[in-house]
Design a protein around this ligand. Structure first.
Ligand SMILES: *Cc1c(COP(=O)(O)O)cnc(C)c1O
Length: 395
């Protein structure tokens, strides 16, 4: 009898008990709104912002309603205008170009390398072609490009970099935390990311002017002095009448369950990376499989795993996916004709009027993806890898 996997790729760990207690305390006192504080109270949202600023080494932090809100807020803070071209990775998740489209701006996609990162030569050409002044850089599935070269290119061209760190919270490049290379870093605390509040997002930056705008955008009702990780009052002077309220700061309930999780994140990263390395070891030297090399400068968080089936015809990939699924291993494929679940690719986003990108098409045609939730053990990952390996060799 062949082995079967019986775990769930979408089952996260439960929210830790101390986070549940903190949530219950907020529910008992009833002060859920971000500015609803007792005299002398800091509030869970302001405390989370302080702690996340410290975690990333950023001067300022704002907690918001979602990762997508964080990205759109960053674009608004940079005063991106309707019709303006904003560069972004072709390999990313739909909310990234969606944030650009939400301002009436125009996503312009940049090619993808075999390392699943942005193609820096193509980025240079795109900057010349479009005169774009903003790059929304998505560290999709936790793969980080050569940030030294990327920042050189963008700094030389006067392009502001917003980092989408939905999959790199807790990661670093050359010792600098992901989200701290560009002018603004955005994170998600949606259930499938590295912290879980259902929905949620965080924004970090050292730039006082941009962060004052972000705070006002998030709906500060002139109460920005209740923030603990916002710029000083003088940064707000002159902006109050200029910046619209687009309400979206986080609430105290979600912040309460995130704070204990943030304290555990470094330990969770170690666990994720053990799962990742078990998958990698299990698939090493499988004929026809391309593993993604991880550069030495990259300290990643292995919360998901990708591999390539380069040059494989679609029918053969479909066969492997079907046989793996029959044995309990549900793989996602970025080359599928139709978008499914969380897995769509740039060509499916007709609303963004994407131009064809041959290098990205070639990579995505063979790209297989899976989540590695912390409810998996290393033995589970070895079993999953054995099943994939057998089915690849079989067909
Ligand atoms: C999840 C995700 C986002 C947006 O996060 P939400 O909190 O779901 O809005 C942005 N970028 C990437 C790559 C993501 O996976």
């Amino acid at each position: 009898m062949s082995e079967r996997f019986t775990g769930s790729f979408t089952q996260q760990e439960p929210v830790p008990e101390d986070a549940i207690e903190a949530a219950v305390a907020v529910l008992r006192h009833g002060r859920l709104h971000r500015y609803n504080l007792a005299p002398g109270e800091t509030g869970e949202v302001a405390a989370l912002e302080q702690e996340f600023a410290a975690f990333t080494g950023a001067r300022h932090c704002l907690a918001v309603a979602s990762g997508g809100y964080a990205l759109a807020c960053a674009l608004r803070a940079l005063q991106v205008e309707p019709g303006e071209a904003v560069l972004t990775n072709a390999f990313t998740l739909a909310p990234v170009p969606g944030a650009i489209a939400s301002l009436g701006a125009r996503p312009v996609f940049v090619e993808t390398t075999e390392a699943l990162t942005i193609d820096l030569d193509h980025l240079e050409r795109r900057i010349e072609q479009t005169d774009a002044r903003v790059l929304m850089l998505s560290h999709m599935r936790g793969h980080i490009c050569d940030m030294g070269r990327l920042m050189e290119i963008c700094d030389a061209a006067g392009v502001a970099v917003i980092e989408d760190c939905a999959h790199t919270m807790g990661a670093a490049w050359d010792g600098v935390p992901s989200g701290r290379h560009g002018v603004i870093g955005c994170y998600s605390t949606q259930t499938y990311k590295h912290l879980n509040s259902g929905e949620g997002g965080l924004i970090v930056s050292d730039d006082a002017g941009l962060m004052a705008r972000a705070v006002l955008l998030s709906g500060s009702y002139m109460l920005y002095d209740r923030h603990r990780a916002a710029p000083p009052a003088q940064a707000f002077a002159g902006l109050v009448a200029e910046v619209p309220n687009v309400s979206g700061r986080m609430d105290n309930l979600r912040a309460a369950i995130l704070r204990p999780q943030l304290a555990r994140l470094p330990a969770q990263v170690v666990r994720w990376n053990r799962l990742y390395r078990a998958m990698e070891a299990g698939l090493a030297d499988t004929p026809g499989v391309g593993l993604i090399a991880r550069p030495a400068a990259e300290a990643f968080v292995g919360s998901s795993f990708q591999f390539l089936l380069p040059g494989w015809p679609a029918s053969r990939i479909e066969g492997v996916l079907e046989r793996c699924a029959a044995r309990g291993v549900e793989l996602k494929w970025f080359g599928a004709a139709r978008p499914r679940g969380f897995t769509s690719r740039y060509a499916h986003w007709a609303w963004a009027a994407p131009e064809p990108l041959p290098r990205t098409d070639l990579v995505l045609a063979g790209l297989i993806d899976m989540r590695l939730p912390l409810t998996f053990s290393e033995a589970d990952c070895s079993l999953i890898a054995r099943i994939i390996r057998e089915e690849i060799i079989a067909g």
